[in-house]
Design a protein around this ligand. Structure first.
Ligand SMILES: [Mn+2]
Length: 314
């Protein structure tokens, strides 16, 4: 489906709900904010319905201050649902009932077309690319914050232009965004480089605990309860497994965290065709072929390691 029907719907209505998926990432937030600002520019009323991100990571998007719950107790002629492959992933699936016309715009292959109007582009690296096209198509002039929002969406979903989903179009859009701001380096530093002192300490500690097993094809990080007690915030653990994954020659990385006595949370990453979701499923977990996880209870670490090694049939 083209965008014409969506543009028509925007032109024919005045009030819009903009929502996205749970735990919104940079693409969800950036796409929503860029669209909201664009609609406001042409005199529309906009209400945001999604989780406001904590911390200061996205503080350069001032429009996030407008995420204030004012959508509650209201009904909308039109609702935009961005970057969410289905109803279950939405911030709140009940929001669909509040909107007469539901517009679903997304880039996930798995999108089930839950909208009345669906605009799906699986070749877009981010939903931000789709929103950029919509704003351009509608001839709404970009301003700095809209450009920063689209940039945030794109760099977040491409790992800073590193993933295989990057195309000519991705860079073309990024190039166009430089017309409206030269602050992208600042955002880049905020999103990809800045790190808390505590996290540096966690990484330092975790790196000291990497070992290679299975003929050096598997990198294992084992963090005990004792290790984890040193650190306050579990979200700070994000990304640590990548250090193990990126070691030359390593095919699979495994992070084992003891979350309570004899209970272990396991994360798995694969660099090859080896499907780590099969390992996770063996332990009643799940995930994708390249990234998966599971929790194993009532087991001693040595037994767990044995069982893990048996499953890692590299
Ligand atoms: Mn996305």
């Amino acid at each position: 489906m083209g965008m014409n029907k969506i543009i028509q719907t925007v032109n024919n209505n005045r009030s819009f709900l903009i929502s996205t998926h749970k735990s919104p990432d940079g693409d969800a937030l950036g796409s929503s904010i860029a669209l909201g600002l664009a609609l406001k520019k042409i005199g529309k009323e906009v209400f945001y319905a999604f989780e406001k991100p904590g911390g200061g990571k996205f503080s350069f998007l001032n429009e996030l201050n407008e995420v204030n719950g004012s959508y509650m107790d209201k009904k909308f002629p039109v609702g935009f649902f961005l970057d969410s492959s289905d109803q279950d992933h939405l911030y709140d699936a009940k929001l669909l009932e509040k909107c007469k016309i539901k517009i679903n715009m997304d880039h996930h292959v798995s999108n089930n077309g839950y909208g009345d109007l669906n605009y799906l582009d699986v070749n877009a690296s981010a939903t931000g690319e789709i929103i950029f096209a919509l704003i351009e198509e509608m001839d709404i002039e970009f301003d700095e914050e809209m450009a920063l929002a689209i940039y945030t969406a794109i760099v977040s979903d491409t790992g800073n232009f590193k993933y295989s989903n990057v195309t000519y179009r991705t860079h073309e859009i990024a190039g166009k965004l430089y017309k409206y701001s030269n602050k992208y380096w600042e955002i880049n530093r905020k999103l990809f480089d800045e790190i808390s002192f505590e996290k540096v300490q966690i990484i330092g500690h975790a790196l000291g605990k990497i070992s290679l097993i299975k003929n050096d094809k598997v990198a294992l990080i084992h963090l005990t309860l004792e290790d984890l007690k040193k650190f306050s915030d579990d979200t700070d653990m994000e990304g640590i497994i990548n250090y193990a994954r990126d070691i030359i020659g390593v095919e699979v990385a495994v992070l084992v965290k003891e979350t309570s006595p004899d209970t272990f949370k396991i994360s798995l990453r694969s660099n090859t065709d080896f499907d780590v979701s099969k390992v996770a499923i063996h332990f009643n977990g799940g995930g994708h072929s390249k990234a998966a996880g599971c929790t194993v209870r009532d087991i001693k670490f040595d037994d767990l390691l044995n069982r893990l090694e048996n499953q890692l049939t590299l």
